[in-house]
Design a protein around this ligand. Sequence first.
Ligand code: FE
Length: 230
Amino acid sequence: MNKSALHKLSYGLYVISSISGSKLNGQIANTVFQITSEPATIAVSINKQNLTHDFIKESGKFSVSMLSVSTPMEFIGRLGFKCGREIDKFESLNYRIGETGVPVVTDHCVAFIEAGVIGELDCGTHRIFLGEIKNCDIINDEEPMTYAYYHTVKGGKSPKTAPTYQAQEPKANKQDDKAKRYTCSVCGYVYDPEIGDPDNGIKPGTKFEDLPDDWVCPVCGADKSSFSPE
Ligand code: FE
């Protein structure tokens, strides 16, 4: 069995939010699928260890915010790699309470869905929630982000498959060829010197060694010491 075949599956990138009493929480997920159209239903797979899982289980509802391609890594990192038990993820982002009472994150969101849970499937580490769509709308016409885009362009891995991105790439000289890529031991983000970290003002062509001392992983916030060469 060649598990790398699974990397060929296509996904999007979403914020899944839910509520417990007055507490709000959300997380990043790539596994959201429309299941039926009449009635309109969607399914989402959530890790049972996540706080959002407990909130959905308790409230029986959730929202999906579809992220745009321009979503900064930092935003994804705050929602995806920090735990809602430790920080209030909604403190520093824009959202509104939807018709069903769940929070809907509006930052970097091209469209949203609110759903009420009508079924679930225990899948070991994860649980799939089946939701009937109660409300949904388009917020803007920006292109939604795909999971592949997140990995190849935002994460700096193999940008060869992203033609529009390649056009913006600087011409590598010999020195750049030698510059190593560094991997974050916390979240797996790869710093690629050819790409830099444009979201945080780091120009393409900046070697890892030349990053400012206070530079942190744009995904999870870990400092430079958490990185090692690939
Ligand atoms: Fe990281």
